[in-house]
Design a protein around this ligand. Structure first.
Ligand code: ATP
Ligand code: MG
Length: 352
């Protein structure tokens, strides 16, 4: 931690392409958390496309609206990115002192990053110093600089500070760790299914061993319904949630959704296969799913059938106190999986 960076709480702001989610938590004695503020603001589908901010004014408006609705005072926001512009690699380096590592990481990184090193922001985490006596394991994180700037800029234009920029997958992991006891003997796949991207983070012995973002999510389900029944985006969104639209009912939607669920399972399977082929950790034992797309009717069961593994919908508020007098708990529970990233961010502290 830096000399001047007192450890301070942040507001979690998940700028997703379907919706912007805001969560603020209060840490209580004994490391417990209590929900302070929560808001979800949908974005029009043209605001963020494939993880790129296309219409920043729509995103700024959504952040401002959330700020007003929740009356959040803390101006320090934490946000996160995912998708193509994020590269995460585990690399082995010869053992060296921390200062030496800090100096040489840029140079070391060049051979692992498929972008011009000057176009990325680099970060790294020392994973296992004692893996082998003369080696150390480092998790290298590189994010395209212009992408970071775009996300920081919408937060600033909304009158807040981007105190911390994280990665979606790591925020999901943070959320899971805060709410569940991790069995270090198990290989867990955290699968966060959003609208345009699905973040897969495989944990073994309690830490990340494999990471991948795939371009598949809730949009694929919505688009399939649009095509099949000739509907607008909004109509297809409603139908997907089980509402009737025109003459179409949830039952009509079901076979279309099940087909896309099969495709989603196949995409996840590819990632698991690749993990199995390149890692010595053994096969995945359990799936923990989150993200709004995880609420798609029958999707969790389809994954359970496909993989034949325990598959659980993550509850980001499992260990977070929510005052009944302040919040609509039934509503929060019904959207909870969408909030895994924002809860994970809200737990972060400046100076982490
Ligand atoms: N009850 C529901 N039933 C089915 N799908 C739902 C439900 N609620 C949300 N979704 C879907 O979840 C997706 C949004 O999830 P989420 O908020 O996690 O994505 P995002 O973070 O905005 O997107 P991304 O991270 O991909 O940019 C949308 O595709 C939406 O249609
Ligand atoms: Mg998301």
């Amino acid at each position: 931690m830096g000399l001047f960076s007192r450890s301070k709480g942040v507001v979690g702001l998940d700028v997703g392409s379907f919706a912007v989610k805001l969560v603020e938590l209060k840490e209580r004695k004994g490391g417990e958390y209590q929900l302070q503020r929560l808001g979800i603001e949908p974005l029009s589908p043209e605001a963020i496309v494939d993880g790129s901010i296309m219409d920043s004014s729509l995103v700024v408006d959504a952040i401002q609206k959330l700020g007003e609705e929740t009356a959040v005072k803390n101006a320090n926001f934490a946000t996160s990115l995912s998708g193509h512009s994020v590269i995460i690699k585990k690399i082995d380096l010869p053992a060296m002192a921390p200062e030496e590592l800090a100096e040489s990481i840029q140079w070391e990184a060049e051979q692992y990053i498929p972008f011009d090193i000057n176009d990325v922001k680099l970060d790294y985490v020392l994973l296992d110093e004692q893996a082998q006596a003369d080696q150390m394991e480092v998790l290298l994180v590189a994010v395209k600089r212009d992408k970071v700037n775009d996300y920081v800029s919408v937060i600033q234009q909304a009158g807040r500070a981007a105190a911390l920029v994280d990665i979606d997958s790591f925020a999901v992991q943070n959320c899971y760790e805060a709410n569940y006891d991790i069995d270090p003997m198990k290989v867990l796949a955290l699968v966060n299914m959003g609208s345009s991207v699905t973040n897969i983070n495989i944990l073994a012995r309690g830490s990340t061993v494999f990471w991948r973002d795939i371009s598949f999510g809730g949009n694929q389900f919505t688009e399939a319904l649009q095509r099949e029944f000739n509907l607008s985006f909004e109509q297809a969104e409603s139908l997907k949630r089980g509402e009737s639209v025109d003459r179409y009912s949830a039952a009509d939607a079901r076979s279309v959704l099940d087909t896309v669920s099969g495709e989603m399972a196949a995409e996840i399977q590819k990632t698991f296969d690749f993990f199995g082929a390149t890692s010595s950790e053994g096969a995945v034992d359990e799936l923990i799913v989150s993200g709004g797309c995880a609420l798609t009717p029958n999707l969790v069961d389809a994954l359970k059938d496909r993989f034949g593994l325990p598959t659980e919908l993550m509850n980001p508020f499992r260990r977070i106190q929510i005052k009944e007098s302040d919040f609509d708990i039934a509503w929060i529970q019904s959207v909870a999986p969408m909030l895994a990233v924002s809860v994970g961010l809200a737990i972060r502290r400046i100076g982490d």
